[in-house]
Design a protein around this ligand. Structure first.
Ligand SMILES: Cc1cc2nc3c(=O)[nH]c(=O)nc-3n(C[C@H](O)[C@H](O)[C@H](O)COP(=O)(O)OP(=O)(O)OC[C@H]3O[C@@H](n4cnc5c(N)ncnc54)[C@H](O)[C@@H]3O)c2cc1C
Length: 273
């Protein structure tokens, strides 16, 4: 990516393809090398946790139901994926995740069954196991010239609340709204003014989800007896108070505050409201 006067040049495949555009949107994920080469500064908090991901086969149909368990080590999610199969994302301390990778299949399945229980049936098959280091990462200024980073290239959240993809979709919705507004007004869609306004507007909601997710990680990874008691009391109270539960869900899902039009199911051409 090279910033020129009035355009950005995108060069791919060892100079085979060159594109000049008024705006480049960087969406190359959490290991974004382009963002680093552009000098987008990352603020990263590493958790001493890794996500162990794999698939597990069960003897029971999942009926498209997803499960989340808060285990002593961290949250464990089972998401329906294929017939009688779940995608597993298990948050574990880094050393434990590494040791679980090397366990014989039967031992691994026995441990999983032990912490999860039998609600989703009997686990009898496990796929290839991989681990990912987990961190909370924010690009403090996701704009450089005529380039803007979105999705995981702009922020990485812990998978505890399953919000990473949702945040990225809302980046798309909000950026599309700013672009459409600029087009309606005859403005330059890649101008620093348009991109900075997008970044400022987006930062508020992204930070809310980042902070909330970070709080959940710390709360559910802490097994001090007092904290466990308070946490359980809190969860039970929330369960008994539907309005509080709804509010909490909206915050967790990043649905609190103003949402971009596309995220509300509205078309773009009406402009901002
Ligand atoms: C264990 C786990 C569980 C998760 N569960 C959930 C969940 O339940 N709900 C949820 O909302 N989110 C969840 N997430 C997060 C979600 O997966 C990510 O937030 C989402 O995939 C980010 O999308 P993205 O397009 O920004 O990045 P990515 O999905 O990483 O996509 C980036 C793409 O860019 C490509 N790319 C990279 N460099 C280049 C280049 N130079 N040129 C061209 N292409 C390039 C990559 O190959 C890749 O295809 C989970 C994440 C993990 C690790």
């Amino acid at each position: 990516l090279e910033s020129l006067a009035g355009t950005v040049r995108i060069q791919t495949d060892n100079d085979v393809n060159r594109i000049e555009a008024t705006l480049a949107v960087l969406a190359d994920g959490g290991r974004s090398t382009l963002g680093q080469s552009l000098g987008l500064t990352r603020q990263e908090t590493r958790y001493d946790q890794a996500a162990l991901v794999t698939t597990v086969g069960s003897d029971r149909a999942h009926e498209n139901r997803a499960y989340e368990r808060f285990t002593p080590y961290g949250p464990l999610a089972l998401l329906p994926s294929g017939e009688n199969q779940f995608a597993l994302a298990w948050t574990l301390p880094v050393d434990k995740a590494k040791s679980y990778i090397g366990l014989p299949d039967n031992d691994f399945l026995a441990r999983l069954q032990g912490v999860f229980g039998e609600r989703a049936g009997f686990f009898w098959r496990v796929g290839v196991r991989k681990t990912y280091a987990l961190s909370l990462t924010e690009i403090l200024q996701p704009v450089c010239g005529r380039t803007v980073a979105i999705g995981n290239a702009a922020h990485l959240v812990h998978p505890v609340a399953g919000q990473g993809f949702n945040l990225g979709l809302r980046d798309v919705a909000e950026l599309a709204e700013f672009i459409s507004e600029a087009l309606i007004l005859g403005d330059d869609i890649g101008s620093p003014d348009v991109l900075s306004r997008y970044a400022v507007s987006r930062r508020k909601q992204t930070r809310r989800v980042l902070r909330f997710t970070d709080g959940l990680v710390r709360l559910f990874s802490n097994e001090l007896p007092g904290i466990t008691l308070l946490r359980n009391a809190g969860l039970n109270t929330v369960e008994l108070l539907p309005p509080v539960k709804r509010l909490l869900l909206r915050r967790t899902a990043g649905l609190a505050g103003r949402l971009p039009r596309l995220a509300r199911g509205l078309p773009l051409e009406l402009g901002r409201s």
